[in-house]
Design a protein around this ligand. Sequence first.
Ligand code: HEM
Length: 156
Amino acid sequence: MRELQKSLKTICVLTILAVSFTAIAEEAAGPSLFDRMGGAEIAHKVVADAWENHITNPIIKDRFVNSDPAYFKAKVYEIFAASTGGDVKYTGKDMKSTHAGMNINEMEFNAVIDDVLAALDKNGIAQQERNEVLAILWSVRGDVVNPHLITKHLKK
Ligand code: HEM
């Protein structure tokens, strides 16, 4: 009986410690990038502005002539929100199969990044958050750009 009481006590102490550490860890992590940028309202504006930039950017505008703007913006909003910590699920196609066969080159990839950064800037998003978004965009470069069109030493 005494052994059982001792075990229960140990379990209780461990549970309390685990719960406390989780709370501390969550507090230390702070608000998500999505929240620091202003949440859903700003994110929708960023996506709309990025779209306007794409369709007027001479480097890439021809890529989007057959696109459905509402569908594109909805999917880009989802991926933008989901990848910055927003409580949103991405329901679109994966980046590799979406862009496979498009033969996207580095200049086009950089043009998309420039358009997104300009949209963030327009909506008053600070340098720190812009840098974090840039890192996320850069992380999908290998799935978007045709590897034969990537700077040789970075080829997969
Ligand atoms: C970080 C870079 C990029 C991200 C995160 C991204 C994201 C997306 C997403 C979420 C979609 C919709 C997927 C779906 O149909 O379910 C999409 C489609 C598309 N993307 Fe990208 N993309 C990127 C770069 C590029 C680049 C560099 C180009 C070429 C200029 C490009 C051209 C397109 C086109 C033409 C579509 C199809 C639009 C349509 O269905 O009409 N993307 N992209």
